[in-house]
Design a protein around this ligand. Structure first.
Ligand code: IMP
Ligand code: MG
Length: 179
């Protein structure tokens, strides 16, 4: 797996530090609020697990699975809900947790959908932000790292469902997806 990585962009310790700081900030911001932490599968699951354990206020946890990518590296713009939440978002302050904000099409769609369903407030926590590729009018309320316009994997992020288990975020060698 390591041979497919061009370079490590963000190391394990750096991630842990940022995630801890973010958990602290979120805990302050959501004090006394009815919080639902909503992970977007599958990419967010590693970040979500680490972030949740740094959040010190009561919260509920849900997951949604959406698909906008097939298995390539470019977004299709079409968002399909593969798994929906089991509760009514009405009366919740929702924190959507995503691996990366890229074109923003997925999160724009999700945010609008949950607002339509009556969520009180929606904020976005994205581990990574790749602003160079934004198409939708959306930004993250909380983010850990800004990344350049390169395809990254690890810490939950995949290419063709692989590399999610790398403990760091790395740049994939272009020849892997140009094959
Ligand atoms: P968006 O809708 O284009 O903002 O991105 C949706 C999804 O595309 C993200 O949740 C990721 O799963 C995937 N994605 C975007 N950029 C990357 C990348 O650099 N590496 C791995 N997955 C990515
Ligand atoms: Mg993906």
């Amino acid at each position: 797996m390591k041979d497919d990585i061009l370079k490590v962009l963000i190391g394990q310790e750096e991630i842990a530090e940022k995630v801890a700081a973010l958990g602290k900030k979120i805990s302050e911001d959501y004090q006394g609020k009815k919080l639902l932490v909503l992970g977007v599968l599958k990419g967010s699951f590693v970040f979500m697990a680490d972030l949740l354990r740094q959040i010190t206020v009561p919260c509920e946890v849900e997951f949604m699975a959406v698909s906008s990518y097939s298995s390539g590296v470019k977004t299709s713009g079409v968002v399909k809900i593969m798994k929906d939440i089991d509760i009514n978002p009405n009366a919740y302050n929702i924190l959507i947790v995503e691996d990366i904000l890229d074109s923003g099409l997925t999160l724009k769609y999700l945010k609008d959908l949950l607002l339509q369903r009556g969520a009180l407030d929606i904020r976005i926590a994205a581990l990574l932000d790749k602003p160079a590729r934004r198409l939708a009018d959306i930004k993250a309320d909380y983010t850990c790292f800004e990344v350049p316009d390169e395809f990254v994997v690890g810490y939950g992020l995949d290419y063709a469902e692989k590399y999610r288990n790398l403990p760091y975020v790395g740049v994939l060698k272009p020849e892997i997806y140009q094959k």
